[in-house]
Design a protein around this ligand. Sequence first.
Ligand code: CA
Length: 348
Amino acid sequence: MLVKKMIRSSVLAVGILLAGMNAPFAQDATQERVVIAHRGASGYLPEHTLGAKALAYGMRADYIEQDVVLSKDGIPVILHDIHLDTTTDVAQKFPERAREDGRYYAIDFTLAEIKTLTVTERFKADTGKQVYADRFPGEFGIFKVPTLEEEIKLIQGLNHSTGRDVGIYPEIKDPAFHREEGQDIAKTVITVLEKWGYNNPSSNAFVQCFDWSETQRIRNELSYQGKLVQLIGENRWGAPEGTDYDYLKSVDGVAEMAKVVDGIGPWLPQVIEGLSENSTAIMTPTLIAAQRAQLMVHPYTLRADQLPKWAGDMDIALKAIFEDAGIDGIFTDFPDQVVQYLATNPGA
Ligand code: CA
């Protein structure tokens, strides 16, 4: 029903309309659990489009995520990958511009070129099939790649027009790759964030990065004063040089991170192993150490259409995350469902 309504209307208008349908725009007095819209309301509209971000805003997410990569001319744009070929029509529009590995890299295209592309639901490059079959129809090509500044304008503009204060949650993607290409993505992004007022510990922003060396550089060398989150992956996925996720997950690693960052962004299985016999969350040593170190813990990613094996439905997952494990916030493709859960379970 919601999706049908959305298609008929202007996407931006719908996000705002939904915002108006709920409670007044007063800021929650004590917001202890935060809902982070992962790539926007990406369960409903193509990830990292302004439509998905406006919808997430209307669904009352507390933070809206941006993955940031640089264009050839050094402009921060919002894309999950350093590649363009699994969310846009770059292969049709610029067939000659793939590298030898067959991939199309954002950093090989100017912003003007990137702006000619159409963004769709994520698809598999080899088959063209949508990754999440039941999400927004892939043939509805009505979206463009936003820049970081456009997205900040959208969120700050909505904050102005609604009186709310929704935060941003930018991720600095693959700094080592950008450095090899002659660009300093962290410095470029931090400059934009500071220009837009995200420059101190109380700014409504979290800057996240998987590269532990870079996170430390952002704090120490670039002297960024805002909130920082270290993302934690698995070594088997391929870790950036200077980053050992097994160490970061250890008690010593957590203590070291706590000296630099405000929070961690672990993969959900790194903090909840499953459910015990009495159906409560089994917390990992990493989670317990992080909570003892007073780090915020914002795991990724809760998806209603791809739940953890131990969770039969979203409510089971959310009870484990918030009530059993006492986690501070969650990245989700379905911010409306998490907002709804927290509204109906205020003690969670
Ligand atoms: Ca991300």
